[in-house]
Ligand binder design. Structure first.
Ligand SMILES: [Zn+2]
Length: 359
């Protein structure tokens, strides 16, 4: 079938909205008609560097309704609402790799998926994905703002829930208050962390973060966030937070979280933990080995170390209980034809929270 998609044809050029051809779903695949998809910051990294995989279709978080399934798909059926993600929903060591679909544009095979190894694309009215990337969404739950669970919320909330395993009373700091950062902040607040320190570059974003449970804001344009965190947490050279999250992934912020994490206390195995949540880009940070030797921990959290089958029902429950205000987090809505506008606004830092594309 033909479906309109935003196609990345050349690095630095606007995306082209045109029809691509989708195959019938294979035995383990699901055809989904989209309600909405999120516009993720990691896609800008994809768009702005030379990419040998073009032409590509991007997007990796969405909601939709199942329009057809392959014969081996058992966990969803036609008419079910679903969330699409880029992390396998219940993978273990023996789970087969997801099977990619043969998608074409003007008769030629087209690549998709960023991160490329997963095989999900959502910047199209319809998608075909392996059943491992499809998570059921109960009927009656809004299908617009839940489209950002599949990447932003999973990654941010998962970093607090799974990678850090934040406990009541833990002190935390989060750099970056976009869609992912706000999800870290809200999950830390739900897990009773205190304080929840937020670092960003504008007072508006810091103020906005308070609606998600941020308790203290630090504007890194006006003061050194590492010094400020240390000062807030006791003022000693060893002071810092139990968990420092980087939701940006720049060389600078990747270093800052290690400095913000507190030193190991006598008798402890681990000192403070620096959790890398954002996609690393730009310069490679210099990590002072002395700090790691001294007991600090540096932990990567790809996709928030999430297991979608376990985590998504919890995230949807939080949303329904008002503990995860996705309606607030989604601040802009676009049509597929406006995808370049959405990407430009995101690149300029104009989007608080997350933007979505609605179909
Ligand atoms: Zn993403």
């Amino acid at each position: 079938m033909k479906t309109p998609a935003a196609i990345f044809v050349e690095s630095g050029k606007p995306l082209v909205v045109d029809d691509i051809d989708l195959p019938d779903p294979g035995p383990t695949q699901v055809l989904v008609r989209h309600f909405a998809t999120g516009v993720c910051h990691s896609q800008l990294h994809e768009l702005h560097r030379p990419n040998p995989l073009v032409p590509l279709v991007l997007g990796h978080e969405s909601t939709g309704v199942v329009s057809a399934t392959g014969k081996d798909v058992t966990h969803v059926k036609e008419g079910d609402n679903v969330m699409v993600t880029w992390v396998q929903r219940n993978a273990n060591r023996t789970t087969p790799r997801p099977t990619p679909a043969h998608v074409t544009f003007n008769g030629e095979q087209i690549n998709y998926g960023a991160p490329a190894f997963t095989g999900t694309f959502t910047w199209a009215r319809d998608t075909v994905a392996d059943q491992q990337m499809i998570v059921p969404l109960e009927k009656g739950v809004p299908t617009d703002v839940t489209s950002i669970i599949g990447c932003a919320v999973m990654t941010g909330a998962g970093a607090a829930l799974n990678a850090a395993q934040v406990r009541p009373g833990n002190s935390v700091a989060i750099i970056g208050a976009g869609g992912v950062g706000l999800s870290v902040i809200q999950a830390c607040a739900n897990l009773s962390a205190d304080p929840v320190i937020v670092v960003d570059l504008t007072d508006e974003k810091l103020e906005f973060a308070k609606k998600f449970g941020g308790t203290i804001g630090i504007n890194a344009r006006n003061e050194d966030p590492v010094e400020k965190v240390r000062q807030l947490m006791g003022g000693e050279p060893t002071s810092g937070v139990d968990f420092a999250f980087d939701a940006i992934g720049s060389g600078r912020t990747m270093e800052q979280i290690l400095h913000m994490a507190r030193a190991r206390r006598p008798g402890e195995r681990d000192g403070g933990v620096a959790v890398l949540v954002g996609v690393p880009h730009g310069e490679t940070p210099t990590l002072p080995m002395q700090m790691l030797f001294g007991g600090k921990v540096y932990r990567g959290a790809p996709g928030g170390c999430s297991i979608p089958d376990n985590d998504f029902p919890l995230l949807v429950r939080w949303f329904k209980q008002g503990k995860l205000p996705l309606d607030l987090m989604v601040t802009r809505r676009y049509k597929l034809e406006q995808i370049n506008e959405a990407c430009d606004a995101l690149a300029k830092g104009e989007i608080a929270g997350r933007a979505i594309v609605e179909f």
